[in-house]
Design a protein around this ligand. Structure first.
Ligand code: ADP
Length: 710
């Protein structure tokens, strides 16, 4: 619960609690779960303390996990209960029930029949569940029951064994090339030395970063019998591909952890991590909060990815928190990327992280040629989205029997629906965002809140019939165009609307990797990390998309995403090509992409950030205030503005209407706080918030290191 600090309870005689124990305690009229954070002698002051009700029989939380939880709460200026709840998420499913097995007691049946003899023969193989015994013996359940009643058979309760695959870390990987070997040696040495050490593993897509960090994983597993490794990935879809590579290399499956893992498996994973039986965890950001017993190595793959930032509930940046966790666990951490974040490059430049650079792509694979298509000079036909040069390249690719990936980071059919008669734009009733048209479902959907409605046949505003038009493309619309252009081609869409879960992702990726799709139209879910051997053409439908509505990282993010997407092409022996459709070919991001000059781009971007003293040269926090009543909200933000502490090296911008000024009926205002790196930003925010308690209907959310400015 979001309580500001831990509460005191009395320890009943004989309970002998230790730090990390799970307990049931009274809170008001209820009994709730808690974790012991400290045990100390002495009474709780003048008031008598309520006693702990019970100890809950779950594995003890390691002290380092608790320290990490406390640190995370402080960093995010949030209540410790928030990250603690995340750390306990694996325990939501009830403990597994023991299974009932029957075994022979050795007693002989009073009356022997052929059916009874068959049962005795079958049970001689070992204990098994009653129904299985009846099936194996080929008798009715009545026969089995009779023997049970007579005491010839007895019930045995057995806890399901939580076994994890044995891993063979001695099995060798491929022969590494020189730059791979050099990087792997450093990582292995870091793991062997122990203690906190961080490294940036920097290499273009396909340069073998995964092969290199697998060497460090093997070293960590070999280092101690309970040594553990955590691999953090930004997307569930990516998890599947990486899991497969671990399984191939180590002959056993790692533990998987993300939102789509069902609760019973989560409990199994949680308990395995706490007991040290689970040696490798591959998961999304929340895997960072598992109760590792002996963590030796953390890998953050695609470290630049914005999905490591959690924006709701407990707000945190998992890449940054992973570094903190490595510090607390005194272990090694590797941040891997082809397009590292400016923050990480800065840390590497400062010498905080070792900077391991891989050479070109491994083997014969070449980086793709990247060309810009100037949409002003070669525009698509009206109502179409693919320009003639891109279509021509697709024709050639198709003719060669190779695959095309069309990348468009927009779900649905069209991002906007408007009325031709009155100009009305379809919006959600309670939010400030346009409704996105989805053709598969025939609905208009708000991607922000999930609100949806059937596509109306007349304008809800002016009532004109058949006046609604779809504006702009989403992946579904591009798919439609591809089907018209290439009726013989096998076309698929990869977005969160077509791929719902890990299994779906796995099977679509496998189909693509097997070459059974000619054109894959995909949002960013497919742009990252995958290795499709026969993919030689990547077309970026709208390269300018991410640059609009620009925030601090718009340029950086666009560069990273498009470099990643382009990097999908030509991963094997055939050359690849990436074509970027843009209306701004002379934008610095587009020029850097076409020239494949990452360093020049980073240099320019760093300079701009340094001038403005923005991250990584300064620090940012957002204060988001929301409430249902505009007048009360305005009054409160004014009050908040008036009590802001005076501090050197801190600038406060706002309050301003948030770009999304209305979500789910709540109006939103924002402050942006910029601080020099020397400022205790968290202390400043906590002091500020304490000076103006919000009325009940108003919520104040602090976002340290914001990534979204909406
Ligand atoms: P990255 O993680 O940098 O994108 P990967 O580790 O996925 O690169 O490597 C790209 C492809 O090249 C993979 O199929 C990988 O198995 C292969 N590869 C990389 N290095 C080697 C090597 N030294 N020997 C054989 N194959 C390699």
């Amino acid at each position: 619960m979001p309580l500001p600090e831990a509460f005191d309870y009395a320890e009943p005689e004989g309970m002998d609690l230790v730090v990390g124990d799970h307990v049931a305690v009274p809170l008001g009229p209820r009994a709730v779960r808690g974790v012991v954070t400290a045990v100390r002698d002495g009474a709780g002051g003048n008031r008598p303390l309520k006693p702990v009700l019970d100890r809950i029989d779950d594995p003890v939380m390691p002290a380092s996990t608790l320290r990490f939880v406390e640190w995370a709460a402080k960093y995010s200026v949030d209540a410790p209960g928030q990250p603690l709840a995340m750390a306990l998420r694996g325990l939501r499913a009830p403990k597994p029930k023991p299974t009932k097995l029957l075994r022979a007691t050795g007693a002989l049946p009073a009356r022997a029949t052929p059916a009874r003899q068959k049962v005795l023969d079958a049970i001689a193989e070992g204990a098994m569940p009653g129904p299985e015994l009846a099936t194996r013996a080929g008798v009715s359940s009545g026969v089995v029951k009779g023997l049970l009643d007579e005491g010839v058979l007895a019930i045995e309760l057995v806890m399901p064994e939580t076994r994890f695959d044995d891993l063979d870390w001695a099995s060798p990987g491929p022969d590494l090339n020189d730059s791979q070997r050099a990087a792997a040696d450093v990582l292995v040495e870091m793991v062997h030395e122990g203690g906190f050490q961080a490294a940036l593993l920097d290499g273009v897509t396909g340069s073998g970063k995964t092969e290199v960090y697998l060497e460090a994983v093997a070293a960590a597993l070999a280092a101690s019998p309970e040594g553990q490794v955590l691999v953090l990935l930004p997307e569930i879809a990516l998890t599947q591909a990486v899991l497969a590579r671990f399984t191939t290399r180590f002959g056993g499956a790692p533990v998987e952890w993300h939102s789509a893992v069902p609760p019973p498996l989560r409990r199994r994973a949680w308990e395995g991590v706490a007991s040290g039986k689970a040696r490798i965890v591959v998961g999304a950001r929340s895997a960072l909060f598992l109760p590792y017993r002996d963590l030796k190595l953390i890998v953050v793959d695609e470290e630049h990815d914005g999905s490591f930032k959690q924006e709701e509930g407990f707000i945190y940046q998992a890449r940054d928190m992973a570094v903190a966790r490595a510090h607390i666990e005194k272990c090694a951490i590797v941040l891997a990327s082809a397009t590292p974040s400016l923050e990480t490059i800065w840390n590497a430049r400062q010498g905080r992280y070792r900077w391991l650079k891989l050479g070109a792509r491994h083997g014969a694979a070449q980086l793709p040629d990247v060309d810009l298509i100037d949409m002003r000079q070669t525009p698509p036909e009206t109502g179409r989205w693919l320009s003639p040069p891109l279509v021509e390249a697709m024709v050639q690719t198709f003719a060669r029997g190779e695959q095309t990936l069309l990348f468009l980071n927009r779900r649905g059919y069209a991002p906007l629906v408007l009325c031709r008669a009155c100009g009305e734009r379809m919006k959600a009733p309670d939010s400030d965002s346009w409704l996105v048209e989805h053709r598969y479902t025939g609905r208009l959907v708000c991607h922000l809140t999930g609100f949806s409605m059937p596509r109306p046949d007349k304008c809800p505003h002016c009532g004109a019939k058949d006046s609604l038009v779809s504006i702009g493309p989403g992946v579904e619309r591009v798919e439609e165009e591809v089907r018209e252009l290439f009726p013989q081609a096998r076309v698929a869409v990869f977005s969160s609307d077509t791929v719902f879960d890990a299994d779906g992702a796995r099977s679509l990726i496998a189909t693509m990797a097997a070459g059974d799709i000619d054109v894959l139209v995909a949002t960013q879910a497919a742009a990252k990390g995958h290795d499709f051997p026969n993919l030689t053409l990547v077309g970026v439908v709208d390269a300018d998309l991410g640059l609009r509505g620009g925030d601090l990282r718009a340029g950086e993010r666009t560069f990273q995403l498009l470099a990643q997407a382009s990097g999908r092409a030509g991963r094997r022996d055939r050359p690849g090509r990436a074509l970027l459709q843009t209306y701004a070919p002379d934008h610095p991001v587009m020029e850097a992409l076409a020239a494949q000059d990452r360093d020049a781009f980073i240099e320019a971007e760093m300079e701009a950030r340094e001038l403005a003293v923005l991250p990584p040269f300064g620090r940012l926090a957002a204060v988001i205030v929301s409430g249902p009543d505009p007048v009360a909200l305005e009054a409160y933000v004014r009050q908040l503005a008036s009590v802001a502490p005076n501090a050197d090296g801190v600038d406060i911008f706002g309050p301003a209407d948030a770009p999304l000024a209305l979500i789910r009926g709540r109006r939103r205002k924002r402050f942006l706080v910029r601080a020099d790196r020397t400022v205790d930003l968290q202390g400043f925010l906590a002091a500020w918030r304490a000076r103006a308690r919000p009325p009940g209907s108003i919520r104040v959310v602090l976002d340290v290191d914001p990534y979204s400015f909406l």
